[in-house]
Design a protein around this ligand. Structure first.
Ligand SMILES: Cc1ncc(COP(=O)(O)O)c(C=O)c1O
Length: 304
């Protein structure tokens, strides 16, 4: 990562190297932080942030689920996101707002600690996600089960969820795969390590319900709406791993991954092992929407 540009820290845009926290920051010890990942795309009329309102709303929902008292309003964080992108003069980038329990009391309960907010952005290389665009990604079903809503709120995009996700991702990469697919404690498909999962069968599109333990992905929602508008039947359905093995196509969605084709799971080819026609169509439709080339969804873009 290039160590240049500005980072928004509690109201101030500070140089990259000065964006520091104390080693006794509560979140470093107890994972008491929530965050977002957004993308800014070079759209027709200039750079624009994709579904900013929904991402900011999810950040605040995540904070509320952990009783974190935000010191800013949602519109204030929205303005700060745009200020940060402008200050970094980037046409396209990944944006990372983070709300974390800061330095104050030490001990498990963070209720007296201030909730600090930072917003960073950087040029998105997409390296980790390159498998899955022109050729499909090779996935494995993780030996780690997805933690579930009986243990912690899965609809919070909280740092504490990502130990489980990182174990699954690292295991998949170590074993020569591109990504992990995680089952929940019931053995049903939950999601990828950082993406939602979809299957295509007989021309219809299916994804597990959120009760299976996946995050309420904003790309998931976008792709479901785009697919409906493109004429597909779209439904939520509980899926076992063999529903994926025997699907015509499998793809994953996420802010980082966008629409990522899955060619193989556990060494089993999905369909003919190539990027399928529905996946290819949705990759194109999503790229058009994100870059402002599709009037039907222009309200999803906030100009920088
Ligand atoms: C665990 C997990 N699931 C799904 C997603 C996809 O969510 P979104 O499309 O909002 O980026 C992400 C990425 O944010 C994630 O971390």
């Amino acid at each position: 990562m290039r160590q240049t540009g500005k980072i928004w820290m509690d109201g101030r845009l500070v140089p990259f190297r000065d964006a520091r926290v104390h080693v006794l920051t509560h979140a470093l010890h107890y994972s008491t932080s929530v965050f977002e990942g957004l993308r800014c795309y070079r759209a027709r009329g200039g750079p624009a942030v994709f579904r900013m309102r929904e991402h900011v709303a999810r950040l605040f929902r995540s904070a509320a689920l952990y009783s974190m008292r935000m010191r800013y309003t949602e519109p204030r964080i929205g303005r700060a996101i745009l200020d940060t992108v402008r200050a970094n003069r980037l046409q396209e980038c990944y944006i990372r707002p983070l709300a974390y329990c800061g330095f104050g009391e030490m001990g498990l309960t963070p209720t007296k600690n201030r909730v600090d907010v930072s917003i960073s952005c950087w040029k998105w290389g997409g390296g980790e996600y390159s498998a899955g665009r022109s050729s499909g990604a090779k996935c494995r079903v993780s030996s780690w089960r997805k933690i579930g809503p009986g243990s912690q709120p899965m609809q919070a995009k909280a740092a504490s969820n990502y130990g489980n996700a990182a174990l699954a991702r690292m295991e998949a990469l170590r074993d020569g795969y591109d990504e992990a697919i995680m089952l929940n404690e019931m053995g049903m498909v939950a999601e990828g390590s950082a993406e939602n999962v979809f299957a295509v069968r007989d021309g219809a599109i299916y994804t597990p319900p959120l009760s299976a333990g996946g995050l309420d992905g904003i790309t998931r929602d976008s792709v479901m709406e785009i697919a409906l508008a493109d004429g597909y039947d779209v439904a939520e359905m509980q899926m076992s791993r063999d529903d994926l093995y025997s699907a015509d196509e499998v793809f994953m969605t996420g802010t980082a991954a966008e629409v990522r084709s899955v060619a193989e799971i556990d060494g089993i080819k999905i369909g003919d092992g190539k990027v399928g026609p529905a996946t290819k169509g949705l990759q194109k439709s999503f790229a058009d929407v994100a870059r402002g080339r599709d009037e039907r969804f222009s309200e999803w873009l906030t100009p920088v």
